[in-house]
Design a protein around this ligand. Structure first.
Ligand code: SF4
Ligand code: ZN
Length: 301
C-alpha cells in the first residue's frame, strides 16, 4: 500500500478517510485535523494560556504534544487521585512525558484536599466514578481559573464524543445535548473548555503516540468497571466498519444542525446557577457538589 500523498510505503491505513499514509504524511494529517477543529470552532488562539488535563492516557498525551508542536503556550495539569497502583503509574508516565518533550507540568495531589479517592469511595453510596469525575472536573476548572489560564483543553476523541452523543440521544437528555461539543464557552464561573481531538479516533491518537515515541503504558484503575460507553463504542465501530466516515458525519451533523436547537430549549427551561457560598463554583443547589462531598468527609465544617 502506498501513501496517498507522497507515494512512499504507507504505514497507516485510514478507511474512514479512504486513505493511507507514510509516517511523515500521517503526522501532517493528524496536525491538520487538529488545526481544522481549532479553526472551525474557534477553539484557541496563539495568545491563549492553555492548560491541558493530562491523565497519562494516550489521548491527553497526544493532545499536549500536538498543541505544543503547533506553538501554543501549553501547561499540563495532572491530578494524582491517590488510587493504589494506577495513580502512581499515571503520574510517572505523565512526568516522564513532560520531561521528554519539555512541557510545563503541574501536579495536584487530591489527598491534600482531603479527597483521596479510596477514602471518598468508602463514604459514598453512589458509583465512585461519577464522584471521581465530578472532583476532577471541579479541580481542573478551579486550577485553570486560579492560575490565570484562559482555556482548559481535554483529550476527548471522536470515539468518546460520538458514544456520548448516542447515549445522550437515546435518553433525549436535552441538558447534556445542549452542552455537548468541542467548545464550551467561559460563563458563570466555568472556564472555557475545548476538545481539539474531536475529529480523531482512538486508533489515530494511538498511532500518533507510536510514531512520535510517546509512551502511554496503562495500569487500569481498580475501580473501573470497564471503559465508559463500551457497548455504544462497539455498536458505533460496527457502523463505522460498514459505513466508513459515519461517526464523524453523525457528530458534525449534530454540531451543525442539532446542538443549537437543544441550546435554545435549555435557555427556555434551564436551571439558574449561582456561586457556591463556600467556594464560588457554579451550582444550582445550596452548596456545590464538591463542597457537599468535603462536608461529608469532614474536611469542611
Ligand atoms: Fe476515577 Fe472511575 Fe476513572 Fe477510576 S475509573 S479514575 S474511579 S473515574
Ligand atoms: Zn463549593
Amino acid at each position: 500500500m502506498k501513501c496517498r500523498r507522497c507515494q512512499k510505503q504507507a504505514v497507516v491505513a485510514l478507511p474512514s478517510h479512504n486513505t493511507a499514509f507514510c509516517a511523515d504524511c500521517y503526522l501532517l494529517f493528524f496536525k491538520r485535523q487538529v488545526e481544522k477543529a481549532i479553526k472551525d470552532h474557534k477553539l484557541l488562539t496563539q495568545n491563549d494560556k492553555v492548560v491541558v488535563a493530562i491523565s497519562g492516557g494516550k489521548d491527553s498525551l497526544a493532545l499536549t504534544w500536538q498543541l505544543a508542536n503547533l506553538g501554543y503556550d501549553v501547561t499540563g495539569l495532572h491530578i494524582d487521585l491517590a488510587i493504589p497502583d494506577s495513580s502512581e503509574k499515571a503520574r510517572e508516565i505523565t512526568t516522564n512525558f513532560c520531561k521528554k518533550f519539555n512541557i510545563k507540568l503541574k501536579i495536584l495531589e487530591i489527598k491534600n484536599e482531603g479527597l483521596a479517592i479510596p477514602e471518598v469511595k468508602k463514604r459514598i453510596r453512589r458509583p465512585v466514578c461519577s464522584v471521581c469525575g465530578q472532583i476532577k472536573r471541579y479541580y481542573f476548572n478551579k486550577f485553570a481559573l486560579d492560575h490565570g489560564f484562559t482555556v482548559l483543553a481535554t483529550g476527548h476523541n471522536l470515539n468518546d464524543e460520538v458514544a456520548r452523543l448516542l447515549s445522550n440521544t437515546l435518553r433525549w437528555d436535552t441538558a447534556y445535548l445542549s452542552d455537548q461539543g468541542p467548545l464550551l464557552p467561559a460563563e458563570n464561573g466555568f472556564m472555557r473548555k475545548v476538545k481539539p481531538l474531536y475529529r480523531l479516533t482512538e486508533f489515530e491518537t494511538a498511532n500518533l503516540c507510536y510514531l512520535v515515541g510517546i509512551e502511554y503504558g496503562f495500569t487500569p484503575c481498580p475501580y473501573s468497571s470497564g471503559a465508559s460507553f463500551t457497548y455504544y463504542k462497539q455498536l458505533l465501530d460496527e457502523l463505522e466498519f460498514n459505513q466508513p466516515g459515519r461517526k464523524l458525519q453523525f457528530y458534525e451533523g449534530f454540531l451543525k444542525r442539532g446542538q443549537k436547537a437543544f441550546k435554545l430549549l435549555e435557555q427556555k427551561q434551564g436551571q439558574e446557577l449561582n456561586p457556591c457560598p463556600e467556594c464560588g463554583y457554579p451550582t444550582s443547589g445550596e452548596l456545590c457538589g464538591v463542597c457537599r462531598i468535603k462536608k461529608m468527609m469532614g474536611v469542611m465544617k
